[in-house]
Write a protein of this length. Sequence first.
Length: 138
Amino acid sequence: MQLTYELEERRVRFPIDESLFPLDAIYGAAYLFVDRCYVFLDRPADQRVEVQLRTKGDADEATLEALAGEFANELLNQALRVRVGDSTRKIREYTMAKAFFSQSQTSSIDALLAELDAEELDEDPLEIEVPWETDAGA
């Protein structure tokens, strides 16, 4: 699929078919461009989104074409991310459920506390006094 676009003064606009690119992918790509240009989204028809990128400063035709190409590449990237996320959703949900709801014999905090209790502290060879070990009368 080739992205068709229209160039105007300081802006490029193009329609996107939602049957090819999910709305989440369009939003993801648009979000990555908000620091570089003004992004406007419109819905001219059902299952169609019109994206308009307007530069924040002066721009020539080559700059606008490059901006449209970069947006098209990012749109493909975001569409792939959405599809991979959808296809691995069950695995992620299972992994998170197992991590949250599995009970171990002792929690890691309990194990660390038990280890500290069992540890014998040697006397300080340098005889540096620790405030909580001093005599109350001293």
